[in-house]
Unconditional design. Structure first.
Length: 388
């Protein structure tokens, strides 16, 4: 037992010495390999290794920042944008909208305006005749121009010479007179008896001046919906050319009055709004035009053959427009005083303008015996002489 324990103790110095020798040998080998490596291989500088740290970029100034929409996106990664939905178009403004067919308005006594229709008002005034728009045909009191019936003009004559050879128009002789007439205004045909208004007109015609006054009032059921009256006044001079209005005024119910003053010295008309328009010779207002046509027919019957056209410039609300009257022919009109022979003239309706039929007595009367106003909607108001 003791011998076995003594053997390792006796061998310990030898083991330690062996371990030291082995360690020294390994160190020598490692050192020699390092020296041999330095001699055998050329020296190389160590390659630098750089490491970039990820640093958040500094924020750009607001002024220099480019809009995001301006940066082009790669085509491969561009995401298709959905189509922008168009705003719905109202049915009234959409040309493709299939709206139901509009039914014609149904006229009734409640929505009728007898005074507006009797004036022959349009929705919009015609274009005013400016200094460069007026023509000789527009400013002539009558468009019926040419040689007398049966006379053939010389085809080879110059236009100026042929115009100079035409006979002068017969002067209009206006006899001084005064009086008053009364009309019934019917809704629709007079035989139906639908009287919606009454109209009284007085006239005073002297040697050099004239005055026309008209006043209408709603009657019956219409008076519940349309209150007030229509008042018209026309004042002017009398000459061999007939009536020449110098001022015209009208007022409908509670509305502001409308007026126009004609300045013959400067050849212009000044409306109540301050607007100025050229006043061609022979211009008439809404009240004087019927009397002027009656005077012209009495003095120049050859111009009123059926099919002829009489052109007269007329005052509008703020304009002067040429109006054509077509001669239809002779007819009879039933009045309270009996049947009257009359000559029918018609102003055709164009656009929003109503059609107007005018019956002029074939005797010496200067006031019309009947006037019918037909609007584009088909509504008609008929003014018939009741008493004189």
């Amino acid at each position: 037992m003791m011998r076995a324990l003594a053997r390792p103790a006796a061998r310990a110095p030898a083991v330690i010495a062996f371990l030291l020798v082995s360690l020294a040998a390994h160190l020598a080998v490692l050192r020699g390999a390092s020296v041999a490596g330095r001699v055998a291989s050329p020296s190389h500088e160590p390659m630098p290794v750089t490491v970039d740290l990820i640093v958040a970029p500094a924020p750009r100034p607001a002024a220099a920042a480019a809009p995001v929409a301006a940066r082009p996106d790669p085509v491969a990664h561009r995401r298709p944008r959905p189509a922008r939905r168009a705003a719905p178009v109202p049915a009234a403004a959409s040309p493709d909208a299939s709206a139901p067919e509009a039914l014609p308005p149904v006229a009734s006594l409640a929505d009728s305006d007898p005074f507006g229709a009797m004036l022959g008002l349009a929705q919009d005034d015609a274009l005013p005749i400016g200094p460069t728009q007026a023509t000789e045909a527009d400013t002539a009191p009558s468009a019926q121009a040419g040689p007398p019936a049966g006379a053939a003009p010389d085809a080879g004559a110059a236009p100026d010479a042929a115009q100079a050879a035409l006979p002068a128009e017969a002067p209009i002789v206006v006899a001084p007179q005064s009086g008053a007439v009364r009309y019934r205004v019917h809704y629709g045909d007079p035989v139906d008896g639908n009287v919606v208004a009454t109209l009284e007109q007085s006239f005073e015609i002297g040697t050099h001046h004239y005055r026309l006054h008209s006043e209408g009032r709603a009657k019956g059921l219409v008076s519940w919906f349309y209150r007030g009256s229509l008042v018209q006044d026309s004042v002017g001079t009398v000459s061999t050319a007939g009536l020449a209005p110098s001022s015209y005024r009208e007022q409908r119910g509670d509305r502001a009055p409308r007026s126009a003053t004609i300045d013959p010295a400067h050849g212009e008309v000044v409306f109540g709004s301050g607007q100025r328009r050229q006043a061609p010779p022979g211009v008439q207002d809404r009240l004087s035009v019927a009397v002027q046509l009656a005077l012209m027919r009495q003095a120049r019957p050859q111009q009123f053959e059926p099919g002829a056209t009489i052109r007269l410039p007329m005052l509008g609300n703020s304009s002067v427009e040429p109006v054509d009257w077509i001669v239809i022919g002779e007819e009879t009109v039933a009045t309270d005083a009996g049947t009257v022979r009359a000559l029918r003239l018609q102003r055709p309706g164009v656009g929003d303008d109503p059609a107007i039929d005018l019956w002029l007595a074939l005797d010496a009367r200067i006031v019309p015996v009947r006037m019918r106003v037909t609007e584009p909607t088909g509504r008609a108001l008929d003014q018939v002489l009741a008493s004189q």
